[in-house]
Design a protein around this ligand. Structure first.
Ligand code: PLP
Length: 416
């Protein structure tokens, strides 16, 4: 067969690693063309919440596709989007009153940043500076990269990225330094602070505690700086609660959601805004409208999938599954943590993580070897450099999770 013309994301094709072809999936299992059954231990890049091909989501997609596939969303609307917006607001913090649709986590962040700048522009205040946390990741579009950590991922594009103020990650007893830096940035007229609540995902599954999140929110509120919660990864139960912000009783001014919004079946994102942010754009003056769209904004099929996801959260014991998974992870992680090569074993809700031979960073030579080893053991795990993490769909069975941890145990002994 001739070489595939497909250019894959975050893939160095020059390494000529085999790229498995997946034919179908159910629950936490992916089936490949060559007959393998792979356990998806990272929820296919953190999107699959309940499990692959949940029958209710599949049925909703099928039914909607037969009725209305796509409709321009500027000046037009449709029932799946209207229902989704209303139902979302019933389960989100009450201060978030408006729902803006887009297509991915990155676009939900772009929308959030533009809303924040639009807010200050409408108020006639020249506030443009965005405050971010060290090690953050918010996506790969130019704006989202600008508010994320700088490094090998984006050094080629550095001249295009806008300046931000970075506050320290509050690990290793640096909580006060984080709070002080945020206070200082807020005092000098920042427009907004964007943060991943409780877990910095792509930055290495770095956790911080609820009290710090609460204090950071309070600092922004006192200074009138908009607080943007990027719950693209942490949302939909990953940290044990529907939103991570919930654990700190934090209500953001702007909230980004994507990934698990459709149960992970189809791309969709929302940026929720509080009334003041909406009001800043509300006028008879067309020049003050919110200038953002994409062709597929609020695609009806994606909205139908999201409505089915919300129904699953209402009707099925999703929270009990999350609690069960959290316990199952704790049990297995405790055994891994005893291995002499392992450090930093930690867990937040359904997410378990640890470092293997710590000290080498994202381009650790171990990472590609681990990737290959896990693939050979029919487990989809994709370490972030030296950080190995397990973030499976909530419906993973104990046997499947055992397979994941058996592969990890073997890797600890065999991969050098
Ligand atoms: N924000 C966070 C916290 C993320 O973890 C991600 C992706 O992993 C994004 C934004 C970007 O989402 P997407 O890949 O859907 O553009």
């Amino acid at each position: 067969m001739s070489e595939s013309p497909v250019w894959h994301p975050f893939t160095q094709h020059g390494l000529r690693e085999p790229i498995p072809l997946v034919t179908h999936a159910e629950g936490a299992v992916l089936h490949t063309q060559d007959g393998r059954r792979i356990v998806d231990a990272i929820s296919s890049w953190w999107v699959t919440t309940h499990g692959h091909n949940h029958p209710r989501i599949v049925a909703a997609i099928r039914a909607q596709a037969e009725r209305l596939d796509q409709i321009i969303f500027a000046g037009w609307t449709h029932e799946p989007a209207e229902r989704l917006a209303r139902d979302l607001l019933t389960i989100m913090p009450a201060a978030l009153t408006r729902v803006f649709f887009s297509d991915s986590g990155s676009t939900s962040v772009e929308v959030a940043l533009k809303m924040a700048l639009g807010y200050w522009n409408a108020r006639g205040e020249a506030r443009h500076r965005i405050v971010v946390m060290e090690h953050s990741y918010h996506g790969d579009t130019i704006g989202a990269m600008s508010v994320g950590a700088r490094g090998v991922f984006n050094s080629a594009y550095a001249p295009l990225l806008f300046d931000v103020t970075t506050i320290p990650y509050p690990g290793g007893g640096r909580e006060q330094a984080t709070l002080d830096a945020l206070s200082q940035a807020c005092a000098t007229g920042a427009a907004a602070f964007i943060v991943e609540p409780l877990v910095l995902g792509a930055g290495g599954m770095l956790f911080y505690d609820t009290e710090l999140l609460r204090q950071m929110r309070a600092i922004c509120a006192d200074a009138g700086v908009l607080f943007i919660a990027d719950e693209v990864m942490t949302g939909w139960g990953r940290t044990g609660t529907l939103l991570a912000c919930e654990q700190a009783a934090v209500v953001p001014d702007i909230l980004c959601l994507s990934k698990g919004l459709t149960g992970g079946a189809i791309p969709l994102a929302v940026t929720l805004a509080s009334e003041p942010v909406w009001d800043a754009h509300y006028a008879e003056d067309r020049a003050r409208m919110f200038f953002h769209s994409s062709s597929y904004t609020a695609n009806p099929i994606a909205c139908a999938a999201a409505n089915a996801n919300l129904a699953i959260w209402r009707d099925e014991p999703v929270r009990a599954r999350i609690d069960r998974l959290a316990l199952a992870q704790a049990d297995r992680l405790a055994k891994v943590a005893r291995h002499p090569r392992v450090s930093g074993a930690r867990q937040c809700g359904t997410i378990a993580a640890f470092e293997l031979d710590a000290g080498q960073g994202y381009l650790s030579a171990l990472a590609p070897r681990l990737l290959r080893f896990f693939a050979e053991h029919d487990v989809l795990l994709r370490p972030l450099g030296e950080t190995v993490y397990v973030m499976p769909p909530y419906g993973i069975t104990p046997d499947e999770l055992d397979r994941v941890y058996a592969a990890i145990a073997a890797a600890l002994d065999e991969v050098r």
